[in-house]
Design a protein around this ligand. Structure first.
Ligand SMILES: Nc1ncnc2c1ncn2[C@@H]1O[C@H](COP(=O)(O)OP(=O)(O)O)[C@@H](O)[C@H]1O
Ligand SMILES: [Mg+2]
Length: 304
């Protein structure tokens, strides 16, 4: 009983996002600001005598993200998207450069001083099966961030959150493996929202899902971002998804931001050759859904 997915028309860029869209450094009080961020990794050595090669995953990123902005980060696999958001989330440290969150420098703070970040910035990952602990009930999964933060009444929040993500109250007592991929991603979203974050970071959140449920999860994300006035950072290699969700886009290539601006401008008038290539190569989600629908009609015409 799959609902026919509906992909709406691209969202008009909102004034609040547009105001800071096109530049790296305008707009008063960004929620996140990255300056000259570099991250080098040393790959494991393959020879006893020589050190492993160094990978420059980020080569000097400057980026301001305004409150309420919905920022898409696009770029092919290996361009540095996940490295960047791990740094923004304080899960990794830059080799050099600075990152502030709500005006506070986070790159040099020890983990124990990042409690505010662990609450205010939440992440949803690509594969909910590996990001959800299989031994915990849904209720425990959703409550965990609250318990860690010393929330006085975490239990009360679970029912509210299940409802917000469109899961029945009975889901609280079940385990992740008892749900479909789309439902598991709803659980991840509920968990991410539980401590009332300011910023939601989603790293390829629908890439592992069946195409038939992608639109539903994306529409849910959109609604929640609106309802809770969240700042959204949405990472994807799928440009059509970003167009649907984000008011602003940055295009990453080989550890650098090669183009940035309001979504409509980037999609309609891309200036960097890499962005053009990316757009030309991208099959749209709408096309993918059309193919899916056609295949389904062919397979099960009587059930429509
Ligand atoms: N922990 C790590 N150790 C070594 N290299 C890494 C590590 N994490 C990422 N890289 C490398 O950094 C580059 C960017 O990776 P990543 O940020 O995961 O890209 P994306 O998310 O855009 O696919 C890639 O070359 C990747 O192999
Ligand atoms: Mg990645």
């Amino acid at each position: 009983m799959t609902e026919t997915p509906q992909i709406g028309t691209p969202v008009p860029a909102r004034a609040r996002g547009d105001a800071v869209a096109a530049t790296a450094s305008t707009g008063p009080d960004p929620v996140i600001s990255a300056q000259q961020v570099v991250r080098r990794y040393r790959r494991p050595r393959r020879s006893l005598t020589r050190p492993g090669p160094v990978v420059e995953a980020l080569r000097g990123i400057d980026l301001d993200i305004a409150y309420g902005q919905r920022l898409g980060i696009v770029g092919e696999s290996g361009s540095g998207k996940s490295t960047l958001i791990r740094l923004l989330a304080g899960l990794d440290r830059p080799t050099s450069g600075s990152i502030t969150f709500a005006g506070r420098e986070i790159t040099r703070l020890p983990d124990r001083s990042l409690k505010f970040l662990r609450r205010d910035l939440q992440m949803v990952f690509q594969d909910p099966m590996s990001s959800l602990d299989p031994r915990m009930t849904v209720s425990d999964i959703i409550r965990e961030p609250l318990v860690a933060l010393g929330h006085p009444n975490p239990r009360a929040r679970v029912a509210e959150l299940l409802d917000a993500v469109g899961l029945p109250a009975a889901a609280a007592h079940r385990y992740p493996h008892q749900f479909s991929g789309g439902q598991r991603q709803r659980i991840s979203i509920a968990r991410a929202l539980s401590p009332h974050p300011k910023v939601l970071v989603a790293d390829e959140p629908v890439s592992a899902l069946d195409v038939s449920v992608r639109a539903q999860v994306l529409n849910l994300l959109m609604d929640l971002v609106d309802d809770f006035s969240l700042t959204l950072i949405f990472v994807s290699h799928d440009l059509s998804v970003v167009r649907h969700l984000c008011d602003t886009v940055v295009v990453m290539h080989d550890g650098e931001i090669v183009e940035r601006g309001p979504t409509t401008a980037i999609y309609e008038r891309p200036t960097h050759p890499y962005t053009r290539a990316l757009l030309a190569a991208a099959p749209t989600l709408r096309q993918a859904l059309a193919v899916h629908a056609a295949n389904r009609d062919r397979k099960e015409p009587q059930q429509r």
